[in-house]
Design a protein around this ligand. Structure first.
Ligand code: GLN
Length: 199
């Protein structure tokens, strides 16, 4: 299968590696520029975007990742990873900086103003079968998308109904929630297919 890296600076790296392996990918943690060179796609895991942002600079991964994104490498960001891919972040720390790659505005810890974590069914465009059982943990939501961004999923019930929680822009994919925690491999399979198609 395709070689897919999981950015291993902070966050739930192992869970993504296991989910990707379950989908037939050759998955591995990536924390150095040489390791990034060897992968066909990259997952940016959930964790804490302010910390990941700092570590990206300390590990000198910012420019290499920026360059690969510009060259069309598929990237999937979950939760903190979604924040790292957003053009604009609301309620971010002043010093946090992402890759500004998906033309969207996300609000950090958006659901958390009501409740820290919750679960909700989310129907995803392009993913067959029953709605996704989406797990949100101090998650962002998307408040604005550019014309080139495809909305893949929104929350359909409860106080957050209508909020955008899954998007795609070309080879870039992002979700507010954590499919790596539920054993449902459909979203990782979708990403592995995307990486295969791009390679
Ligand atoms: N609140 C975290 C952040 O701002 C994201 C939480 C998560 O990734 N589960 O980065």
């Amino acid at each position: 299968g395709p070689i897919i890296g999981v950015l291993a600076l902070q966050g739930d790296v192992r869970e993504h590696v296991h989910a990707l392996i379950g989908c037939g990918a050759d998955a591995r943690p990536v924390r150095r520029p040489e390791e990034l060179d060897a992968v066909d796609g990259l997952v940016i895991p959930g964790g804490e975007s302010t910390t990941i942002s700092k570590l990206v600079d300390i590990f000198e991964m910012r420019e290499p990742i920026d360059k690969r994104i510009a060259a069309g490498m598929p990237v999937y960001g979950s939760c903190a990873g979604m924040i790292m891919l957003a053009r604009q972040v609301l309620d971010g720390r002043p010093d946090q900086r992402g890759f500004e790659a998906i033309e969207m505005t996300v609000r950090r810890n958006a659901f958390g103003r009501q409740v820290d974590s919750f679960e909700a069914p989310v129907t995803l465009a392009g993913v067959e079968g029953e709605p996704f059982h989406a797990v949100f943990i101090r998650a962002p939501w998307v408040e604005r998308v550019g014309d080139e961004v495809e909305v893949l999923g929104t929350v359909t019930e409860g106080p957050a109904a209508g909020r955008i929680v899954a998007v795609r822009q070309g080879n870039l994919l992002a979700t507010s929630f954590h499919p790596e925690l539920t054993g449902d491999l459909r979203l990782h399979a979708y990403f592995v297919d995307l990486v295969r198609a791009a390679a």
